[in-house]
Ligand binder design. Sequence first.
Ligand SMILES: Cc1ncc(COP(=O)(O)O)c(C=O)c1O
Length: 448
Amino acid sequence: MKKITLQGATETFKKKFKKSGELCERGSKWIPGGYSRHSLTFGPHAIYVDHGEGKYIYTVDGHRLIDFHNNFSCSVLGHNHPKVREALHALVDRSFSFGNPMEHEHRLAEIICERIESVEKVIFSCSASESCLSAIRIARANTGKNKIAKFEGGYHGMGDEFMISLHPYPYFFRGPAEQPIGWPNTAGIPSHVLQNVVILPQNDLKNCERILKDNAKDLAGVIIELMTSAGGGIVMEKEFVKGLREITEELGILLIIDETVTLRTDYHGMQAGYGIKPDLTVMGKVIGGGLPIGAVGGQEKYFRMHETGKIYHSGTHHGHPLATAAGIACMEVMDEATCNRINKMGDRLADELNKWSTAKNYPLCVIGRGGHLGYELTDKPGRRYRSCRDMLSYSNEEGMAIIAFEMANRGIFPMYRGLIALSEPMNDGDIDLFINTAKEIIEGIFAE
Ligand SMILES: Cc1ncc(COP(=O)(O)O)c(C=O)c1O
C-alpha cells in the first residue's frame, strides 16, 4: 500500500481542479476569496460546478463527482429532481416575484404543521440564519427577557448572537468545559452581544442546569441542534434533551430546536424521536427543495404578537413563491418511506466503517444519524466523543485534510471538514463506493 501524504494529495487536487483554482483567483478581483460563502472553501480553493444531475455534480474542470455534500445537506433529492423542476417551471411561466402573497406558502406551511407535532403556526424567511434571529426575537418578546443561551459548537447561521463559540478550532472554546466562556468566531461582534449570550456545554445536563439557573431571570431562550451539523455530527443524548426540556419549562425559558438540518432525518422532525416538544422550531434547507428559505414554527400562542403586529416580520423575498413551490415538491417526495430508506443507507455506512476501524485498529470514528453523518480521524483508536470541544481537541487535522482531498481526487465530494449528506437518488452501491474509498484512503494515510 502506497503511503498517502498531505503534500501528494494536495498536489493532485490542485492539478485535477486547476480550472476551479483559476476561477477562484479571477473571482477574487471582485469578491473577497472569489465567492460569497467562506464555507465553500475546500482546502486551497472551492470546486466550481458546471451542472448537477441526480446524485452527481459535474465540475468546470470536467469531472463527475458523486455528491455527498449536497449543499450542506439541503439538496436531499440530489440535483435537478424532475418534481422540483416541474414545480419551478410551472411557476416561472406565471412570473415569480410579486408584492402579493401566493398560495404556495399555505401548502408548505400546512405540510410542516401536519408533520411536526410541536408546530401549529409558521413564518417564513429566506434563510435559516434569519429564522434563528426571528426565533430569538419571538423568545425575547414573549418572555420580556434579553439573553439567549446557545451550545458550544452549535451553529445557527451568521447572526451576531450565534457567531460565538462555534468551530472548527478548539481555539474558540474558552474556559473550562463545564463553564464555557463565549468567544466570537468573527471580527465585528459588538461587546454587548457577547454579554447577552450564555454558552452551554453539550450533553452535560448537570452543568447546563447550573448555568441556566444562574441566568434564568435574564434568559429568554435556549437554542440547540439535536445533532450538530457544521459542528461535526454530535448527537444530543435522549436523557440530556429531556432534562433540558424539563429545566427550561421550570425556569420559564423557551426551548428552541434548530432543525435546519435534522428535519431531513425523520419524517416528523428529529424531535419526534426524543418524545419532547420544543416551544419553537427553526427549519430551513430541505423545506426549500434547494432554494433559499428559512422558517420558524411553534405553538400558536407564540405567534399572537405577529397577528397583532407587535412583532414585525418582513422581507422582500420571505416566503418566496419559487422557494415554497420547490419546497412543497421536495417535501412531497420526502415521504416517510423515502426518509427511512435514506436513513438506513446512512446507518449502514456508519456501522460498517466503525466496525472496520475497530477491527483494524484505525482511529476513525463515524457519528451522526441517518443520512447525515460526521467522520473524524482522531488521536487514537477507540476514541469516542460526546461534544464538539472533545471532537476538536482529539482531531487529526492533517488526516482530515488528506481525506477531503483524496475523496475529491477519487470522484467523491464530501463536505470539507468530515461531514456527508446522502441524497434520494443514491443506492447501496453508492454507499459501498464511499465505504471502500474511505477504507483505501485511511489505509494509505497509515501505510508505513
Ligand atoms: C443548524 C443550522 N442552523 C442554521 C443554519 C443557517 O442556515 P442558512 O445558511 O440557511 O442561513 C444552518 C446552516 O447550515 C444550520 O446548519
